[in-house]
Write a protein that binds this ligand. Structure first.
Ligand SMILES: [Fe+2]
Ligand SMILES: [Fe+2]
Length: 270
């Protein structure tokens, strides 16, 4: 089973990258059984709407994952309970809307489990993600051995620790949230593919997708400023993971970064 995981999509530029570059990633020699997109920053630069979620599904997403910004657009409360293909961190307190994991049936009948977890370090107060994984896994494993964990976290230590914790128990632990792709992808000894962060899909001529001058103003004066998504140097970032069909173990993990060409008409950037 071959999976593509696309990192945090930021605003209109990120959505443009998904629309324009995802088809380039999907070629005759590079077909995917499932595509997972982290959409926590896809509306403006925070949150997701139903329209955007449906757009991701239309362009090929199998499951959309989120993170700490999942609740930023109120529209999310209108659909998150009814759409089995969107997940939010499983370690939110009990009773919040949505689901922390999902098992989807792919076109050929095989099943894929997707679990979303958030870190505790330098993040809002989530419950313990390691214990959350222990609670969830038996439910997912009863349906499939092919399991992807989106670990949405800030600290590299916590993310690497999660990779080792899950090694041999899931197919892949892929990090999101920092918006900076790391060069540490590997398959861990017991067969779990791991990367600390898959990187951002959006404008890289920016500070994590936000217009640079607004962030500099904020850091240098400490006065609040209205952040807006940047526009230039748009890239689609993520990883592909090959999973063994019989064992659910990962065989390989590879990073990708695709750039939108400079001459892409600005009028299409909406
Ligand atoms: Fe993000
Ligand atoms: Fe985040």
């Amino acid at each position: 089973m071959k999976i593509a995981f696309v990192g945090d999509v930021v605003g209109k530029p990120g959505r443009l990258a998904v629309r324009s570059l995802l088809p380039k990633l999907i070629t005759d020699s590079n077909e995917f059984d499932a595509i997972i997109i982290n959409g926590e920053n896809s509306s403006g630069f925070r949150g997701i709407t139903h329209r955007i979620f449906k757009e991701f599904i239309r362009v090929g997403a199998t499951v959309v994952t989120t993170g700490n910004h999942v609740w930023a657009q109120r529209d999310v409360f209108n659909f998150i309970d009814n759409e089995p293909r969107i997940v939010r961190p499983a370690n939110y307190p009990d009773g919040v809307p949505g689901r922390g994991f999902t098992v989807v049936t792919l076109n050929d009948g095989r099943k894929l489990g997707v679990i979303n977890l958030a870190g505790q370090l330098f993040m809002p107060s989530f419950d313990n993600p390691f214990q959350a994984l222990d609670r969830i896994l038996p439910q997912v494993v009863s349906e499939t051995d092919s399991i992807i964990v989106d670990f949405h976290a800030e600290a590299t230590s916590e993310k690497i620790a999660m990779g080792w914790y899950a090694d041999g128990r899931v197919s892949a632990v892929v990090g999101t949230h920092t918006h900076v792709q790391t060069a540490d992808e590997r398959v861990l000894p017991k067969g779990t593919a791991y990367i600390t962060d898959v990187g951002m899909t959006g404008p890289h001529d920016s500070v994590l997708g936000i217009q640079t001058h607004l962030v500099l103003e904020n850091f240098s004066t400490m006065l609040p400023s209205r952040f807006q998504a940047a526009e230039d140097d748009i890239k689609l970032c993520g990883v592909t993971v090959q999973i063994n069909n019989k064992t659910g173990k990962a065989e390989s993990i590879d990073r990708f970064q695709l750039s939108l060409s400079q001459d892409f008409p600005a009028s299409d950037r909406s």
